[in-house]
Design a protein around this ligand. Structure first.
Ligand code: HEC
Ligand code: HEC
Length: 294
């Protein structure tokens, strides 16, 4: 119990350190690029400069709430201070533009924009502006926001709950989804009006952060239900199991990588990577068919 209290206290302290987003935009061309980047992050799938790179109906802001100005998990405040950073996934040191553009192949279910194009620089400029006045915080292990390293209650805390999931958890997740989520995301997961889809081809694919059962849990506990994130660990685990067991597009890096003329230099030493709904369950020792009760 004492340990639990100190963990809670620690996470509150860490949260409190996330400062407010800046409100004053830089002047001149720099300010124009910050504002352009913000516009793209708010309207990624419809913006003239990025819509052709997006393969679903999401915006960056659907997961990085309020364009990452929100302080909850997914905030962009502090992110830029961690870059350049080593990425285990690509086995190279990634620039902020690399990190951003790779999201287009995964969370955005599309293709990678070219580094140093106007859209790519604009997004990086906006995200960098959100770290104005914060000290650099390079991280030799992974490219993450320094505020996350303690406040994302990552894999370690969530994993033990996931590895023991059964069909019962799936059924409970379905029930919870129907009562707590379906009013906005639809009984069929396809979204309602401007509320985004949470499964199917118009949502994130199986290579995205949220398709990983543990990351979905921590993200949801910080952000959903929108405006009132109140899920217990077990509830979030059950919903993550249910939502991520539904169909969504597979991720095959080979098929996402375009010829150099269309994608520019891809800064990575890893050229193959594949994920499916099944493999994302298998990563936690779970059999998808058993979980779904088939
Ligand atoms: C009151 C409406 C509402 C409720 C209830 C709600 N959401 Fe959301 N959800 C949203 C909105 C709006 C966004 C996009 C946020 C933005 O753009 O600011 C979102 C984003 C998401 C996303 C990321 C984007 C995507 O579509 O993949 C996921 C995943 C998600 N919600 C899951 C859930 C789950 C699971 C629940 C139930 C625990 C839930 N939401 C409850 C409104 C809601
Ligand atoms: C479906 C939800 C979703 C969408 C849409 C999404 N992201 Fe993310 N993003 C995540 C998750 C989850 C993480 C953490 C992933 C991890 O740790 O592997 C993340 C991490 C990041 C990071 C690293 C941040 C850090 O501090 O760790 C950046 C930068 C980023 N996203 C940029 C973007 C941009 C730009 C877009 C739009 C082009 C975008 N994301 C769209 C879910 C999403």
């Amino acid at each position: 119990m004492k340990k639990l209290i100190s963990i809670l206290a620690l996470s509150l302290v860490v949260y409190a350190q996330v400062p407010d987003a800046p409100t004053v935009y830089p002047e001149g061309e720099l300010g124009r690029m910050v504002k352009l980047g913000e516009e793209i992050i708010m309207k990624t799938n419809t913006h003239e400069l990025t819509k052709d790179y997006v393969g679903n109906s999401l915006t960056c802001s659907n997961c990085h709430l309020n364009g990452g100005k929100d302080k909850a998990i997914g905030t962009f405040i502090g992110t830029a201070t961690a870059f350049p950073a080593y990425s285990k996934r690509e086995k190279t040191v990634q620039s902020l533009q690399d990190r951003i553009n790779n999201c287009f192949m995964r969370s955005m279910n599309g293709k990678r924009p070219i580094v140093d194009t106007e859209a790519s620089i604009a997004m990086a400029t906006y995200i960098t502006w959100l770290s104005e006045d914060l000290p650099m915080k390079m991280n030799p292990k992974k490219p993450v926001n320094p505020f996350y390293t303690k406040s994302w209650p990552g894999t370690k805390e969530v994993k033990p709950f996931i590895v023991k999931a059964t069909h019962e958890n799936y059924l409970n997740g379905q029930k919870l989804y129907n009562t707590k989520c379906a009013s906005c995301h639809g009984m069929d997961g396809q979204g309602v009006a401007t509320f985004p889809p949470v499964w199917g081809s118009n949502s994130y694919n199986t290579g995205a952060g949220l398709s990983k059962l543990d990351k979905m849990v921590t993200w949801m506990r910080g952000n959903m239900p929108l405006g009132n994130p109140d899920l217990s660990m077990q509830e979030a685990v059950d919903i993550s199991i249910f939502v991520n067991a539904q169909e969504r597009d597979d991720f095959d890096l080979q098929k996402r990588l375009l010829p150099k003329e269309e994608m520019g230099h891809y800064n990575s030493k890893v050229s193959s990577e594949m994920h499916s709904v099944e493999s994302n369950f298998k990563a936690f020792g779970l059999d998808l068919a058993t979980i779904k009760g088939k």
